[in-house]
Design a protein around this ligand. Structure first.
Ligand code: SP5
Ligand code: ZN
Length: 352
């Protein structure tokens, strides 16, 4: 058995070692670890998928999708933190913000960039779970590059980490730093596509992707995810009423699911998303492929099986040329088989 889906991957993705996450005031081990990428790579290679090195790209597209100041911040914050002595002198071995310039804090004041690195650390970040270390920037860039698969591929998979769908135009969080899927969609537009459908099947709502394209009709965003109103990250977005705005009105669709939802409910919702996407006649499809909806996953209460992911792969790939972008998925013992199932399902369509 060989899996005819190119797996685009950058070795640099291993260099991000977040060293845990600060959740509710306590530093936990965290689940977005380098071993995720190794497990995925080994399982896909064993299934016969070709492993293709990502090509390095310049930052032109990246800097249209994201505020260039966010990109510069991420590129430099570790060196500044380190030079200020936080790791060596204060035992702070990762960048963790402690002040966030919320709208309520500023009350209309201009948003400054504080000179002190510990003040500046929260300037572009919205949570305490998304730590930056010495290798983070190389991995963040490698992940974006992996998503920029050569245009014209009928089906490809970007094995990238850190994931990206929680990153807005100018704020990172949720274990994500730059929005790999959003940059991939923008690249497909730049290569001539007129309309893109993004289908996000990560267990969490992709608030960043939603926000980036919220007012645009050229990129439709649809997501199924555990209901944020039932107590799940990202808490502040992912509700049904969020339908897009301005010229993008009607081009955003959220289908929040009750905790405990399994294959039946999940695939019924995905079928509805796919029907809506198909009606747009997209030139290409970007899939935010989170594997954390699986029953075994420690970060979500959804109960999807391997068979569910196989069916999902077939459904999304039947919409058109498809780029699958790896997002979440944290159960190391089952991660590989889940990815193989999703790609195998997608491959049944692409080679019909
Ligand atoms: C890309 C992605 O899947 N991001 C998910 C971010 C959600 N993280 C929420 C973490 C909450 C604390 N985790 C503790 C898990 C205990 N079971
Ligand atoms: Zn997730």
């Amino acid at each position: 058995m060989t899996l005819p889906v190119p797996v685009v991957w950058s070795e640099d993705c291993l260099r991000h070692e977040p060293g845990g996450e600060v959740w509710l005031g306590v530093r936990d081990q965290g689940t977005e670890v380098p071993a995720r990428a190794l497990v995925l790579r080994d399982a896909l290679a064993a299934a016969g998928a070709p492993i293709v090195p990502a090509r390095p790209h310049d930052e032109l597209l990246l800097r249209t999708v994201h505020d260039p100041d966010l990109v510069d911040h991420l590129a430099g914050i570790w060196d500044a933190w380190s030079a200020a002595g936080f790791p060596a002198d204060y035992g702070r071995d990762r960048v963790v913000p402690y002040v966030f310039p919320t709208a309520g804090l500023l009350g209309g004041l201009p948003l400054r960039t504080p000179p002190a690195v510990h003040g500046r650390a929260g300037r572009f970040c919205y949570d305490t779970m998304t730590l930056v270390g010495p290798g983070s920037w190389a991995a963040i860039r490698g992940a974006v590059d992996a998503g920029l698969v050569s245009s014209g591929e009928r089906l490809a998979y970007a094995l990238c980490r850190p994931p990206g769908h929680h990153v807005t135009r100018d704020a990172y969080g949720g274990s994500c730093y730059l929005n790999n899927a959003a940059v991939a969609a923008q690249a497909l537009l730049a290569a001539g596509a007129r309309r893109i459908a993004i289908i996000d099947i990560d267990a969490h709502h992709g608030n960043g992707t939603q926000m980036i394209f919220y007012e645009r009709p050229d990129v439709w965003y649809g997501s199924l995810h555990v209901d944020p109103g039932a107590g799940w990250f990202p808490h502040y977005a992912g509700y049904t009423a969020e339908r897009g705005a301005g010229p993008g009105e009607g081009f955003n669709r959220n289908l929040p699911l009750a905790p405990g939802t399994g294959d039946d409910g999940w695939l019924t919702a995905l079928d509805a998303l796919c029907a809506e996407a198909r009606a747009l006649g997209p030139d290409a499809v970007v899939v935010s492929l989170g594997l954390d909806a699986a029953a075994t996953d420690p970060e979500s209460p959804l109960r999807v099986t391997e068979a569910g992911y196989r069916t999902a792969g077939r459904m999304v790939a039947s919409l058109g040329p498809t780029v699958l972008i790896q997002e979440g998925g944290y159960d190391l013992p089952t991660l590989g088989a889940l990815a193989v199932a999703a790609l195998a399902g997608a491959a049944t369509v692409a080679h019909e």
